[in-house]
Design a protein around this ligand. Sequence first.
Ligand code: ZN
Ligand code: ZN
Length: 411
Amino acid sequence: MNTIDEAVQVNGRRYARPRAPTVVVCVDGCEPDYLTHAIQAGVAPWLARLHERGTSLIGECVVPSFTNPNNLSIVTGVPPSVHGICGNYFLDAARGEEVMMNDPAYLRAPTLLARFAASGARVAVVTAKDKLRALLGHGLDGICFSAEKAAEATLDSAGIDRVPELVGLPVPPVYSVALSAFVFAAGVRLMETHRPDLTYLSTTDYIQHKCAPGAPEANAFYAMMDRHLARLDAMGAVIALTADHGMSAKTDAAGRPRVLFLQQMLDDTLGVGLARVILPITDPYVVHHGALGSFATVYAPPAALARASERLRSLPGVECVLDRETAAERFELPPDRIGDLVVIADHLTVLGTRADRHDLSGLTVPLRSHGGLSEQLVPLLFNRRLSGLDPDRRLRNFDVFDLALNHAQPA
Ligand code: ZN
Ligand code: ZN
């Protein structure tokens, strides 16, 4: 790395260079309660002792509380209005097509990871699912691979090869707790072998969609995480942990999914096909939530907007309906990539299109999901005391690199 005093400026923020290897972990769907339960159960001794020398805060994630907008906010340090990624999926108005937003062509800001690498820092990124790899690794001259496609990583494509051999684990199935375990194990092995200056680890919320805080499988996940973080800590790493979003049960009192099928309702109210409902949670991996989340956007002709909005507001389970400008301003979203209306469901409710378009056959447990305001609070944990932090400051998950690099480094 170059001289240690040289800070890196990116997207209007300044980041000091790490004085110790710094690892930022984004635990997918980590509702703060998961950590509390794991600590209470005695399975997370590293977390349990963090308060003695570290810092535990709560921050807000970006709404929609989905994976891609939040991961990209974390690695750019700015909200979706700046970096452009406001869902996993959207209606590309220019092309008139519904498309996945995981192509870096949609990214409007550089990542701080790429900037650090360009200024000479050794940077490593490990993500669970491959869908995030291209976005997180955009422009990055460093190590970047997914657990899902770890066997395909080459020096050319990922800055590293023979990953399964390095990690000492087979490539896990995409729907498994092993996928996240691979991410943590890779982080530890990279620290042992490469000692990157800056590491970003991003897991998958497979377990969090399936299990409530305190469930045996959830506690086993956090016990696994705890063991790996303890090893990174023992190697001298500054560790910062946050989440892309929380997670809530989206069920009635009998455990059935509480779903509002918005396309069906708007077709009944306005006429078939007049309005178009887009669910930005949609991605190729829908088995554990059936593409049901608590956030939707709606496109409709100007003459139909007032009726659409009135109908949506009348639905029990809908927390708010906002027009494009209001939603873009309140949630810091790019107005050209959201619909005419933004609909957010309450903490027990999810939004769908039509009943026949959601395959819930893979749902073997009561539905848990995210997307709304009710999943906005996430942990911000550090294994160091933070210094020089304004106690009144509003904290966001995408402040995590600022906090880790500007407030948590050793003297
Ligand atoms: Zn997520
Ligand atoms: Zn999820």
